[in-house]
Design a protein around this ligand. Structure first.
Ligand code: IMP
Length: 214
């Protein structure tokens, strides 16, 4: 694929979600890119009519590319809970309602888990998924998927992060994402092999292929 170069101009992050924009800016920072977001540019969020993370990521990246002409990187993500048949999955944002109330969304998850009798950690398995789509002005599209497995805890723990972070305990960790600073949640810098979060794992692939890191 055509490599991205900071000298070619800014990268547009096709998102209005301040939590994601923050994390992607932080992940891009070591590479010297100027990052602008769809929110900064006042772009309209397209309707997410896809049925997969990939389709929705592509819809968002293409809308941003068409509106600005800039290389655009989108992120479609969510939490898939095994006992709920993979819900909320691609509908994770929508479970927060129009106000994007994730305290309510997390309660909703817990009520549904209780209704299925999922009280033991082994019955409360979940996977965070992030798919990044890079849409380039020359027509190329590239996808990068990252996943991290863990367990849903209750009550929510920690006030850092965003969305469902306070109920997600990644495997091998003793703190939820809500109890980690974003840099610990990523656990990744160029040259390090061990990204932790779904977004950082997707980003690691993006950095290798689109930025040429090792
Ligand atoms: P969308 O990709 O804009 O459809 O929204 C994804 C939704 O999934 C967000 O609004 C969050 O609620 C949730 N989500 C995605 N990634 C994370 C994360 O890293 N932490 C917590 N929640 C997340």
């Amino acid at each position: 694929m055509n490599r991205l170069d900071p000298a070619d101009g800014p990268l547009l992050v096709a998102s209005h979600n301040v939590g994601k924009i923050w994390e992607i800016r932080e992940l891009m920072e070591p590479f010297g890119f100027t990052v602008v977001s769809a929110k900064d540019k006042g772009l309209v969020d397209p309707e997410e009519t896809g049925t997969t993370f990939e389709e929705n990521a592509e819809i968002k990246a293409l809308a941003a590319l068409e509106a600005t002409g800039l290389p655009s990187l989108s992120d479609d993500s969510g939490i898939a809970i095994e006992a709920l048949g993979g819900d909320p999955g691609i509908y994770s944002a929508r479970w927060g309602g129009p106000e994007r109330d994730f305290a309510m969304a997390m309660r909703n998850v817990e009520e549904k888990l209780q209704a299925t009798g999922a009280t033991e950690p082994a019955q409360r398995r979940a996977t965070f998924v992030a798919v990044l789509c890079l849409a380039l002005p020359n027509g190329e599209r590239h996808f990068f998927r990252g996943e991290v497995d863990g367990t849903c805890v209750w009550p929510p723990r920690g006030t850092l992060g965003f969305g469902y972070d306070p109920i997600f305990l990644p495997d091998g960790q003793d703190r939820t994402f809500g109890e980690m600073m974003s840099l610990e949640k990523h656990a990744w810098k160029p040259g390090q092999p061990d990204a932790l979060s779904h977004r950082a794992r997707a980003f690691q692939k993006f950095a290798r292929e689109a930025l040429g890191t090792t």
